[in-house]
Design a protein around this ligand. Structure first.
Ligand code: ATP
Ligand code: MG
Length: 394
């Protein structure tokens, strides 16, 4: 029996041209996400997107799994395609396709939607007719319109007639690419992959920036970041990661700046370098995994000081979240286990014993100005390493 996946897209408020762009991007994202599974025809009509496999033996379980992570989809159903658009074909398809589920259930109901008004039976007639057919084939069943074990959905649409059971929940959000580009500062920790996921969910296409300080940070710390990004890319799509060689800058901070300001100066330089990389790569915002009050560098004072270093808009989607709420999302997106692997991050290199939780911008700037960081920043920007991240490498 031929199957298809029917998708309902989100943000119904979108109209006209916006809706078209939204759907075009969504279709492109679906195509990209499924490309390694075989070929599919992806089309849309009446706010439904049809994903039709063109080759035999396509792994539709895997296709549904991937679709469940594409932003912009509210719900989706794996459905059987009736070989003709007739009531007989609907009856035949429903009773065969759903045989197992109908046998296992005690109660059922039929819901029909007829958006092709040329179809000769109206929705209530379809329900009645198909209901009677199901009862005659599966006499153990009873109709229960309020709380059935199984609901049989029939959709009579322009493209064909389809039968399925309860739709599955989609990832929600907005299609990646409709919200512009931003650069996520990604560490190997728990928070930044979650921040990346949350902004991708709002339609942002990601570029990633990672600061590495070898030999203080190991090759494995960077490799761990790559694996985290691959998990994120199952939602966000492919992205480019820039690794910034940060050792010289950190050593210079350690040798030339007051100890209690190490962290804040380091974070400001991270912002300066990230802003440059973002600008060079068509990104109009930065994203971090900071959460208010979590550590000394995430107080209002420290964050204002960090923020001042860059002119670009900075998204901090975790700012008001508790650690446990962040961890819950990291489980959901399957990054938690990688995040807790114990490799040093550059932020933990040279951490002061008593970092300033209320750094005074004036003093921070004075300390910075005693050192000529510009050539070091330039050198780091000249020596970026590029890694391409794709969900296919998972
Ligand atoms: P995370 O769990 O994301 O590491 P954190 O709670 O450990 O966050 P910090 O280490 O203070 O907090 O880092 C705050 C934010 O700064 C991170 O969420 C991330 O966006 C950015 N950041 C930290 N370290 C790096 C790094 N090595 N490369 C790129 N960005 C970093
Ligand atoms: Mg960290």
């Amino acid at each position: 029996m031929k199957e298809i996946i029917l998708l309902k897209d989100g943000e119904i408020v979108l109209k006209g041209l916006n809706r078209r762009t939204f759907e075009d991007v969504l279709k492109k994202n679906i195509k990209y996400s499924l490309h390694s599974l075989g070929s599919f025809e992806i089309s849309s009509a009446q706010s439904i997107i049809y994903v039709k496999p063109l080759t035999d033996g396509v792994d539709l379980d895997e296709a549904c799994d991937r679709i469940s992570r594409i932003f912009g989809i509210v719900s989706f159903s794996r459905a059987a395609v009736c070989d003709e658009k007739t009531l007989d074909a609907v009856k035949r398809t429903a009773t065969e396709y759903l045989e197992k589920k109908l046998r296992a259930a005690k109660t059922f109901k039929v819901e029909a939607k007829r958006s092709d008004k040329r179809f000769e039976y109206k929705s209530p007639e379809i329900c009645r007719e198909l209901g009677a057919e199901i009862l005659s084939k599966y006499p153990h069943l009873k109709v229960d319109v309020h709380n059935p074990d199984i609901t049989v959905y029939v959709e009579i649409r322009d493209f064909g007639a389809y039968v399925h059971t309860d739709p599955m929940k989609g990832a929600g959000g907005i299609p990646v690419g409709t919200g512009g580009n931003a650069a996520i500062l990604i560490s190997g920790g728990i928070d930044s992959p979650v921040a990346a996921y949350m902004m991708a969910k709002r339609g942002i296409k990601l570029t990633a920036i990672h600061f590495a300080s070898p030999p203080y940070t190991s090759r494995r710390a960077e490799e761990k970041t790559v694996r985290l990004l691959r998990k994120v890319s199952k939602y966000s799509g492919k992205m480019t990661m820039f690794t910034v060689p940060f050792t010289k800058i950190q050593e210079t901070i350690k040798n030339k700046c007051p100890e209690e300001l190490f962290t804040i100066i380091m974070r400001r330089l991270m912002m300066v370098i990230s802003e440059q990389i973002a600008e060079n790569n068509d990104c109009s915002a930065l994203i971090t995994g900071e959460s208010l009050g979590q550590v000394a560098s995430q107080t209002i004072g420290a964050l204002s000081c960090t923020d001042e270093a860059a002119n670009m808009l900075v998204f901090r989607p975790l700012i008001g979240m508790d650690k446990q709420e962040i961890i819950d999302i990291s489980y959901k997106i399957d990054t938690f286990d990688i995040s807790i692997e114990p490799y040093e991050d550059c932020c933990t290199v040279f951490t002061p014993k008593h970092p300033r939780t209320r750094p005074v911008l004036k003093y921070v700037k004075e300390a910075e100005q005693k050192v000529d960081f510009a050539p070091l920043v330039e050198e780091a920007l000249q020596n970026l390493k590029i890694t391409y991240i794709s969900a296919d490498d998972n």
